[in-house]
Write a protein that binds this ligand. Structure first.
Ligand code: GDR
Length: 324
């Protein structure tokens, strides 16, 4: 069989890097879209960390630029396209609601349009999110649970989600939406709470800081490992028919308890260091998320493999090493 070509938007992010690694191990030619503005350098730290920077082909392009996307699709003729690019930090989306709508919402439609025009038989993966459930309508969220977004980010992602469904139904395109619950790793950005915690714990352990400032520690999330979750993305594009899937662990934990796991692992007393700071509260909060991934288990044979404890341990260790 001839080599498959994949295009990943958001390749420089956590999921993009792990997915690129997985696809390379499967023998794909991997292209990654990188938005490059003026002289700013592309952030390759995650691809470097995994040692795969030289194995991927980086293409300059932007989710906001349809004609550029059309040219890229024309040139590389991708078999599979993974749209992971987004303004993905929920809190920032209240400060940048329009940019978030353009990148995380319309950006997906630009990719779908480029494929519809040039390569309608390409398989498309949309990075949808548990944030779309927002103010939860059912205690356990599945593909059938109604959505109730609680941030400009979630509203933008919901638009992209329905457009993915719509392109599948309108144009018979193989377009899938993965509704992924929170997924973390040592490659997670420092703005997200797990990595903020593991980095903060490592700094305190090394004597570089004395406190860790967090917002709402009563929020509960269903946290899995990004390395496990990118496998689900790939599996979704290998089926006979396109469909949407929830990807989650089925366990929910408060930010407080996740934080305690990190402090305990480092042999530190959380109460001595944790400070609650109103600056990190959000205008509207998603209080609790808990995913039901039974459809993915039954149809994709996918299951979360890494426990929260093992993941936090891996992240604390990686942060301690980074600081050494
Ligand atoms: P989330 O992730 O908003 O769920 O979206 P994040 O890690 O930012 O927040 C999780 C929960 O922790 C609470 N929290 C804090 N969060 C941050 N970032 N910083 C803090 O200091 C802090 N203190 C408490 C938050 O209020 C929230 O309840 C992530 C993103 O990756 C999205 O792009 C993705 O779609 C979803 O996960 C699934």
């Amino acid at each position: 069989m001839s080599q498959k070509t994949a295009l990943i938007t958001g390749i420089t992010g956590q999921d993009g890097a792990y997915l690129a690694q997985l696809l390379l191990s499967q023998g794909y030619h991997v292209c990654g879209l990188v938005p490059r503005r003026s002289t700013s350098e592309v952030n390759l730290v995650r691809l470097e960390w995994l040692g795969i920077t030289k194995e991927v082909e980086l293409v300059d392009g932007d989710l906001l630029d349809l004609s550029g996307l059309v040219r890229i699709v024309q040139r590389i003729q991708p078999d599979e396209v993974f749209n992971l690019g987004a303004q993905s930090f929920v809190k920032t989306s209240w400060d940048q609601p329009i940019l978030t709508g353009q990148v995380s919402g319309l950006g997906a439609v630009n990719v779908l349009e480029a494929l519809r025009l040039i390569k309608p038989d390409a398989r498309y993966y949309q990075a949808s999110t548990s944030e779309m459930y927002g103010l939860i309508q059912e205690p356990l969220q599945s593909e059938k649970t109604p959505f109730y977004p609680r941030s400009p980010y979630a509203a933008a992602k919901l638009y992209a989600h329905w457009m993915t469904v719509n392109y599948r139904e309108s144009f018979d395109m193989y377009a899938c939406s993965g509704i992924l619950f929170n997924h973390e790793s040592p490659l997670r950005g420092l703005e997200f709470v797990t990595r903020k915690v593991t980095d903060g714990v490592a700094r305190i352990k090394k004597g570089l800081e004395t406190e860790l400032r967090l917002g709402n520690i009563d929020a509960k999330r269903d946290w899995g490992h990004a390395r496990d979750y990118v496998k689900a993305m790939w599996l979704m594009l290998q089926q006979d028919q396109a469909d949407d899937y929830v990807i989650a662990t089925g366990r929910t934990t408060t930010v407080r308890d996740m934080c305690r796991i990190a402090f305990d692992y480092a042999g530190l007393n959380m109460e001595e260091h944790l400070v609650i700071d109103p600056a990190f509260f959000r205008p509207a909060e998603v209080d609790i998320l808990l995913g039901d991934a039974s459809k993915a288990r039954a149809q994709l044979g996918w299951e979360a493999e890494t426990s929260l404890e093992d993941m936090i341990k891996e992240m604390v260790e990686a942060d301690l090493e980074r600081l050494s």
